[in-house]
Design a protein around this ligand. Structure first.
Ligand code: ADP
Ligand code: 5GP
Length: 246
């Protein structure tokens, strides 16, 4: 059976890593492609688990040698997915999940249009800022500049949401995990004819509701809060950034 390639993108701090790790606890047969990066390890991150950490020089050598399926510069560091990750998934027939930014996602989509792409949004800028700060705190240090850098990039990344087949708003964690799981199971059902053992009709409905073209009403408040649509949205973004929530 052919494995499915899932691309997941989200503004940093939206909860993508949390969702992916919950998904992998619930659904078997999905492997996570460990990317290469030139950024330093954060908190308890380990080489080979969250990322393969390397120097800029070595990363450049790898680009020149054609190692990467895609690569991009994000927040001043390089990130890339090795071609080998996809080749192994294809030869062994498992589903592969790429956690990559919007630039990398565009490169992968151009090469593999059959990939399933999922964009995860935080519900609003204030929640995103709180999550970025909480994560930094859990890692031992809050670097405000880094929090604001990632926060200010969020709207630009969210503007690309139309390029993605499915959209999740990660507000209540359990619901977002269930939606992500439903998307994976529904795609397996439609592409591979794999049966869904548990509440199959409901799973297909949940996945269908997350399709981008079914999501306009659900996304409206999020897009407004990030100032992507509507002037009232821009005012709200300003308010959110100024308010002190913790
Ligand atoms: P990303 O991988 O998108 O950068 P993380 O998964 O590291 O984001 O999540 C950022 C922070 O937000 C973490 O501290 C995580 O525990 C928290 N978080 C993730 N999803 C939720 C949620 N739905 N509700 C509350 N906190 C969340
Ligand atoms: P972080 O430093 O927070 O782990 O990730 C920062 C950003 O880099 C996130 O948007 C993440 O999706 C993206 N990223 C992680 N790995 C890759 C990769 O292999 N390629 C690309 N293009 N982006 C990546």
């Amino acid at each position: 059976m052919a494995g499915i390639l899932f691309i997941i993108s989200a503004p940093s701090g939206s909860g993508k890593s949390t969702l992916v790790s919950e998904l992998r606890k619930q659904v078997s047969g999905v492997e996570f492609a460990v990317s290469w990066t030139t950024r330093a390890p954060r908190g308890s991150e380990e080489h080979g688990r969250e990322y393969y950490f390397t120097s800029r020089e070595e990363f450049q050598r790898m680009i020149d040698a054609g190692v990467f399926l895609e690569h991009a510069e994000v927040f001043g560091n390089f990130y890339g997915t090795a071609r080998q990750s996809l080749e192994e998934a294809r030869s062994q027939g498992y589903d592969l999940l790429l956690d990559i930014d919007v630039q990398g996602a565009a490169q992968v989509r151009a090469k593999t249009p059959e990939a399933v792409s999922i964009f995860i949004m935080p519900p609003n800028p204030r929640v995103l800022r709180t999550r970025l700060r909480n994560r930094s705190r859990a890692e031992g240090v809050v670097v405000e500049e880094e929090v604001y850098r990632r926060l200010s990039e969020a709207s630009k990344e969210i503007e690309n949401y139309r390029e993605y087949g499915y959209i999740l708003v990660n507000d209540i964690l359990d619901r977002a995990v269930a939606q992500l799981e439903a998307i994976v199971l529904a795609e397996r059902f439609y592409r591979n004819g794999e049966t869904i053992a548990y509440r199959s009709r409901r799973v297909l409905e949940v996945a269908a509701a997350c399709l981008q073209f079914n999501s306009q009403e659900r996304l409206k408040p999020v897009l407004e809060a990030f100032g992507i649509i509507g002037t009232s949205g821009q005012q709200q973004l300003k308010f959110e950034e100024e308010s002190d929530d913790d």
